[in-house]
Structures are given as C-alpha cells and as structure tokens.
Write a protein that binds this ligand. Structure first.
Ligand code: HEC
Ligand SMILES: [Cu+2]
Length: 354
C-alpha cells in the first residue's frame, strides 16, 4: 500500500514537471524548433556547442570517477607522495592544444554563420520592408510595394525578405525566435537583416530590449503566406479605401467620430495617403479587423476593442495613446468600434494561417 502510494506520488511529480516544461516551448515562439534561415543557423550552432560541451563534461567526469575509485587510499596502504608533474611539457601541451582545437571547432562555424547572416549585398534584389519600432508597437513600410501597415508583418514563404530597422524613440530589438536572430533597433542608424521563413503560419515576434513599462507587451506577429497569397494581400492592401466601404449607419457615424475625435491624426485607416518615409504617431489601422492581435497581445474582439478605447492605460501602462483624445461616451465607443471592425481589406489574414 505504502509503496504504491509512493510510486503514485513520484508519477504525479514527474508528470507535473513534464507538463510544466512542455509549456516552455510554444511551437511558434521557440528558437529550438527553427522555421526559418536565421533560426536554423543558430540552432546548428547551439547543437554544435552542446555536443562539444557534453564531450568535455563526460571526459572530465569519467576521469574523475576513475581516479576516485581506483586510486583511493585503502586501509593499510602505505603513505606515498605521488609522482610530481609540475612543469611537465607533455601535460602542458595536451591541456593547451585540446582546448584550442575545441574552441576552433566552435569558432569557425560561428564566424562563418555571422558573416553569412550579415551579408546584405543582394539586398536590392529582394523585398525590402522598413521597420520602425515605437513605444510599444511596430510599423512596416513595404518599400517596393509602396504602402504601410503595422503590428502584423506579412511575408511570402521561402523568400528572402530584408527588414531595415530603426526606432522613433528608445532602443528596441527585433526578434522572431522561430525564424530569425535578434537585431538591435537604434535611433540613429538603420540595422538591416534578412529573414526567410520555411513554413506558412503565424509566428510570434518580440521586442527583446527593455524599452519601458509595456516592453513585455510589445509583441508582433509574422504572418507567413504562400507567394500567391502574398501577391493578393499586397493588391488588396493597396486598393483598400475606406471611402468606398459600404458601411451601415452606425459604422458610418463611427467613421465620422474617428475623424472628429482626432483619432485620424495618429491613425491611418487605409493605404490611400502613402508618403514614403513618413512614420505615423499611432499604428496603421488599415487591416485592424484582420489583426492577429492588437496592442501587441489583445484579440481584436469587440469587447477588447471597447475596453481599449475606455482606458488604454489599464491594458498597456505607459502607452502613448492614453490621454490624447477626449472622453468618449459608451455610445461613441460603440460606433467607433463598429467602424474599426469593418477594416478588413483581404481574405488573406493571420486567422486563415493559424
Ligand atoms: C496622439 C496620437 C493618438 C491618438 C489621438 C489616438 N491614438 Fe490610438 N494609438 C496611439 C498609439 C501610440 C497606439 C499604440 C499603443 C501601443 O500599442 O503601445 C495606439 C493604439 C491604438 C489601437 C490599437 C492598434 C493596434 O493594432 O495595435 C487602436 C484600435 C486605437 N489606437 C484606436 C484609437 C481611436 C479610436 C482613437 C480616437 C478616439 C485613437 N486611437 C486616438 C496613438 C493615438
Ligand atoms: Cu521595445
């Protein structure tokens, strides 16, 4: 009875640990299951260094155990002074050369990968997206296609895409663990890297540089679509014009309120006023209803949106929208929400890829 209880407890303990650990790796937010070029390079290096380190660890542990077991002093053994090896040229040579070889084994592939990832010589041949980090959201300018959007980054699968990173305010860092390495986002210089995703899907991106109270909520998504879907999405985005939307009366009033209340001075709602290099004060809302998440982490449901408009500070401390627009009545909030939820330019959405 006692024994089976103990077994059961062990089982419970182990399975809860398993459960806990399995939650650590989310499939679309882990560098350990690479789904893109940069992440794959990192993973190869992680494996290589792990193998080298495990080898060193095993050699040391095995030698240690042998020494402890074989050469321990037993009762009655005479007291002897072991052979002194101080200054032994052979030993010195061995423990200098072996570590050098190990370091070279790790260093050469690391340096090669670093240079490969930093090589941007073919940049002009590929899709270029200018990415601007803001406290606490991301803006994207599709340079060749000539339109902008925010928060969800759409790219075609198996295609090299260059992101040119800069920030409007403090330091940020651009990181899509499953697809790419990490790159700093600085205010004064553009940092460029390419990303290439191997599988369609929605991947989680993170700001990896402490940038203020809502740093941990500065998430974004990379939506990887097929090449045809990408073409379609680009066309849908470029032709989206809110003035041509068929809105019901409530949404129509919401659209008017969006202008009256000054929301329009910070947020674009279509791609019709593209001006190159101009970054807006707030996220582009052109495809608000298609967002995988808004404000970085909230699902674009009516309830969440209304909560956001009631009090963004509660949901994202320190965000730069709080206090920039007057009080909104519940009725106004409802109308604006009805309008924003109509902003869905394309059938190609994050949801269709999840
Ligand atoms: C002074 C500029 C400014 C004004 C005015 C403003 N906003 Fe914002 N808004 C922002 C900023 C900045 C953010 C990004 C907050 C964050 O995620 O940190 C934001 C975020 C949002 C988002 C979430 C977007 C996303 O996809 O993440 C919505 C929706 C939104 N605002 C709607 C409105 C509405 C409706 C109004 C008018 C009642 C309004 N905003 C007025 C600056 C502004
Ligand atoms: Cu940040």
């Amino acid at each position: 009875m006692q024994a089976s209880l103990r077994k059961f407890r062990t089982f419970l303990f182990l399975s809860s640990i398993m459960l806990l650990l399995s939650a650590c790796g989310r499939e679309n937010l882990t560098a350990l299951e690479p789904k893109g070029y940069g992440a794959e390079q990192s993973m190869k290096l992680i494996l290589l260094t792990t193998i080298v380190m495990t080898f060193v660890f095993l050699v040391v542990i095995i030698a240690l155990v042998i020494v402890i077991v074989r050469f321990r002093k037993k009762k009655g053994d005479p007291v002897v002074t072991p052979v002194q090896v101080e200054g032994s040229k052979t030993l010195e040579a061995i423990w200098t050369i072996i570590p050098i070889i190990l370091v070279v084994i790790m260093a050469v592939p690391t340096v090669v990968a670093t240079f490969q990832l930093a090589n941007t010589s073919d940049q002009h041949k590929h899709i270029n997206i200018d990415v601007t980090g803001h406290q606490y959201w991301w803006h994207y300018e599709y340079v060749n296609e000539e339109f902008t959007t925010s928060q969800d980054l759409y790219i075609p699968v198996n295609t090299k895409v260059y992101v040119n990173l800069i920030t409007k305010d403090v330091l940020h860092s651009f990181w899509v663990p499953s697809i790419s390495g990490k790159l700093d986002v600085n205010p004064e210089n553009i940092n460029t890297m390419f990303i290439e995703a191997y599988e369609e899907g929605v991947y989680f991106g993170k700001c990896a540089e402490l940038c203020g109270p809502s740093h941990s909520l500065m998430d974004f998504k990379v939506v990887v679509v097929s090449e045809e879907e990408y073409e379609q999405w680009v066309n849908d985005m470029k032709s989206f014009n809110t003035d041509q939307l068929e809105l019901d009366t409530v949404a129509q009033e919401g659209k008017a309120l969006f202008e009256e209340k000054g929301c329009i001075s910070c947020h674009a709602t279509d791609t019709q006023n593209y001006s190159p290099g101009n970054t807006p004060i707030g996220p582009d809302l052109t495809q608000f209803a298609d967002r995988s998440r808004f404000a970085g982490y909230l699902e674009p449901t009516e309830e969440n949106l209304k909560d956001w408009l009631r009090d963004p500070e509660k949901l994202k401390p320190g965000n730069l929208m709080t206090g920039t627009y007057g009080e909104l009545s519940e009725d106004e909030i409802d109308k604006i929400a009805q309008f924003l939820l109509q902003l869905s330019p394309s059938k190609v959405t994050a949801e269709s890829k999840e």
